[in-house]
Design a binder for this molecule. Sequence first.
Ligand SMILES: [Zn+2]
Length: 215
Amino acid sequence: MINIISAQDHEEMKKLANLVRVMNSLGHNPATSGNYSLRSQTSPEIAYVSESGIDKSKFTEENFLPLYYKTRQMLSENIAAGRKSSDETDIHLSIYQITNANCVLHSHLLDSLLFADLFDGKPFATIEGLELLKGFKGIKTHNLKINIPCFENTQDIANLAEEIKPAILAQENNYGLLLRGHGVYVWGDSVEEAKRHLEVFEYIFKYYLNSRRGY
Ligand SMILES: [Zn+2]
């Protein structure tokens, strides 16, 4: 059990809390929606996941709850205090279980829903040919295809959290997934990298929506 959050983790939590408030002001989190997390850099078995039901305009580093991401167990003092991590916690934990991500962002941005609708019924949204794809880690050219996994929305998050794993593992150079009628998950090695990846996704959404492309 951890009792003290390391200074390094605390700094990252402050950085992410600040990003949450900025994202909220840009329409990513209407009506307390969206959720956020970090993998601890000093206690690698721990992930900090945002607390359920918090108005994201008021979100601070105090609103992250530590969980053991392999067992999904929350620390007992938080359970006793009646605190609860996001309803979508299992999605975050699955991403930590199968990738090297250290930060996961989940947005309900309207453009992410409209973009997913362009690929209705498809398991992936395939994108290609944009210079800004080089904003994704490891990509050096516009000349490649990226498959973003798309899933139907559900309230059975435990099942969805298992379902996403093979789809994520099957894709190279992809740092996100779409839930139809719901939103987008984006991840990266750090708060900065996850933010940069989100900016690339937002740009892709706008480009495809404005050019009315879809497959
Ligand atoms: Zn959501």
